[in-house]
Design a protein around this ligand. Sequence first.
Ligand SMILES: C[S@@+](CC[C@H](N)C(=O)[O-])C[C@H]1O[C@@H](n2cnc3c(N)ncnc32)[C@H](O)[C@@H]1O
Length: 347
Amino acid sequence: MTLMNVIYHDPAPRTARLALAFGAGLALPDGPVTVYRPRAGEDFALLDPGRVQMVQGFRPDHDALAQMGWRVGTAPAPAPTALICLPRAKAEGLALIAEAVAQGAQLVLVDGQKTYGVEAVLKALRARVKVAEPVSKAHGKLFWFTPGGADFSDWAAQVATVPDPDLGAFQTLPGVFSADGVDPGSALLARALPESLPERMGDLGAGWGYLAAACLARKGVAEMHLVEAEAQALDLARGNITDARAQFHWADATSCALPVSLGGIVMNPPFHTGRSAQPALGMGFIANAARMLGVRGTLWMVANRHLPYADTLERLFRRVDVLAETPAFRVWQASGPRKTAPTGTRR
Ligand SMILES: C[S@@+](CC[C@H](N)C(=O)[O-])C[C@H]1O[C@@H](n2cnc3c(N)ncnc32)[C@H](O)[C@@H]1O
């Protein structure tokens, strides 16, 4: 896969805090160090690569880190030291701490930006164990603790059930998109889909499977390809959609290619990583949808109304219509992706 669309993160803040902590005498126990949720571009040069095992299920970050030579997997293994790179969702951060403790960590380091709620996690930890004085630098904090016999099992990721009146019940986990309920934009798109769909359908950024399930409930679908970069979300989708027509792809939707061309694609593309808006990400989804569709293919897409996707759709598709709108969302139908002719003029 190409790593062109990977968002590279500023390596400086985490490295600066680790350097301060080591300078202040932090010593790691012998043996493996598991780094949970590191992002592409982050610098872990202060850790011994021979001891580090990274856990990252988001495919673009996973592949970028592996390309740098780090050992990266999607599931943790036992290790005496854990470094948690806090994600944005607090419940997911707490679940990572519980996982590290369950994997036998004797020392747990927690690092995060203030904008990712590191203060709230510190407060929750202090209510339970003795936490070393935090290192504060570059709008973030790094702190560590020894779990001892403390019980963190109540922080473990709790599966939630999201009911849908038409499609049944779905299982979700903290940190995945719309973990607490069906996204209103996705619901609008599902309602706007035609009664009958092309035989070979794709769902780009499929999450835990809502839109794919909505497509499978329509007539005409023989194959449903779910493409999702987040391994945990895709695993949930595998459990939620047991229909034999579904195929699951752990892949970057901005760059992946399927062995077959698709007749239709549905998507509610992501438009931010972390807290910053990245409409280029959604544009990458649209561009790859145009490549994955056959010449007569159709894209059905929902997006927040303020997002600037109209030009990209007009440039890449012959016909673009708005199927539904609310004050917050717009559902597009774009058909006939423009394919660049290799030579000569189309007649
Ligand atoms: C707005 S959510 C939509 C989820 C689901 N389709 C729904 O309607 O509920 C976007 C999804 O895209 C996934 N995603 C983000 N970047 C991705 C990428 N580069 N490739 C594939 N999936 C990605 C996210 O993990 C998330 O599940």
